[in-house]
Design a protein around this ligand. Structure first.
Ligand code: ASP
Length: 338
């Protein structure tokens, strides 16, 4: 039987049209695609049904509620389809793919997020190739993961990050090898794919309303600014530290401000500004002082995974201690345990 795939069209360059003020998302994508994709059953193409979201967005506009809308949509249609494809803008695609992986934990069917660098309606568009690849993967490979397919590479969604605004292969997965490639054939490396869970354990929870902040350390950062970032009302902070997890711990007030926020229940996770490698708070004194201030090491998570995981854990209503503990435990392949 030809598999059935549900496509959620959320916006992004993929379906955009030019206007005097620049590209904007356009409607009517299903008809445009019918002319560009092989017919279902031909060349491994599954049956697909495309649902165009009421509000199509440039993904630069995406908010946590948009991740929730997509997760809710997939969960509601989960039994009716063999796999799912999400057409999304590239700018925040890695955030959405990460957020979906935490909400749809225990997934037993593929969810493949894709998009394009050049709109479908333009010459040399990468949209048809990216979507065809995503559909072939979702239809033919019972992958129990949220994947991100782009430019011939299938990456784990919560390991992916956008690395290029200029190339067709716009994404990389610096701390986990690609799950597969689409060339003449679709090649999936089974050893790199998550094991099939015994059953789904979705946690599609409404996004919490308190703020989660992100701060990249830089020479010149003042304690006054750090205090403003950690102002009351902020529930969590992703701290992008240097190298293996280091920060300016000799700056008077820096560690104390972090420690005071941790003591108030703010959950602070330390991830590296480096794309590759992991936070190892025990390696340098500048890292261990952060750990002593209650800052949790985010190991080798991407900033996208750390931010969306923190959002997810806080949305579950967990206390600060439990959230800190779970941040360091693998949930769905987003980090490598030491
Ligand atoms: N700004 C666009 C978006 O993220 C870029 C893209 O889709 O490539 O929606």
């Amino acid at each position: 039987m030809t598999p059935r795939i549900y496509i959620a069209y959320t916006g992004g360059t993929f379906g955009m049209k030019p206007t005097p003020s620049g590209f904007v998302p356009d409607r009517g994508l299903a008809q445009a695609l019918q002319a560009r994709l092989p017919a279902p059953g031909q060349d491994g193409m599954p049956h697909w049904e495309l649902h165009e979201y009421a509000q199509l967005i440039d993904s630069a506009e995406a908010q946590p509620r948009d991740w929730h809308t997509i997760a809710t949509d997939i969960a509601a249609r989960y039994d009716a389809y063999d796999g799912f494809v999400v057409i999304h803008g590239t700018d925040t695609m890695a955030y959405t793919a990460s957020a979906l992986s935490f909400a749809l934990v225990g997934l037993r069917k593929p969810v493949i997020v894709t998009g394009a660098q050049i709109p479908l309606a333009m010459p040399r568009s990468d949209a048809p190739g990216n979507l065809a690849g995503a559909l072939l993967i979702a239809g033919q490979h019972p992958l129990p993961e949220v994947g991100l397919y782009f430019g011939g590479q299938l990456l784990r969604g919560n390991r992916a990050t956008k690395v290029s605004a200029a190339d067709f292969d716009a994404f990389a997965s610096p701390n986990h090898p690609p799950l597969g490639r689409v060339g003449i054939d679709v090649e999936i490396d089974r050893r790199r794919v998550l094991p099939m869970p015994a059953q789904e354990a979705f946690q599609v929870v409404a996004p919490q309303t308190r703020e989660v902040a992100m701060l990249r350390l830089y020479p010149g950062l003042t304690v006054a600014l750090l205090e403003r970032v950690l102002a009351p009302g902020v529930a969590g902070l992703v701290l992008q530290s240097y190298g293996a997890g280091n920060g300016p711990v000799g700056l008077p007030g820096f560690v104390d401000t972090l420690a005071a926020a941790s003591a108030r229940g703010v959950v602070i996770v330390n991830v590296s500004q480096c794309a590759r490698g992991r936070v190892d708070p025990a390696l340098y004194a500048t890292g261990s002082a952060l750990a002593a201030a209650g800052v949790v090491g985010g190991l080798d998570m991407t900033v996208e995974a750390a931010l969306t995981k923190l959002h997810h854990l806080l949305s579950l209503g967990l206390g600060a201690e439990e959230a800190r503990h779970r941040l360091q435990q693998p949930c769905c392949g987003e980090l490598t345990s030491p």
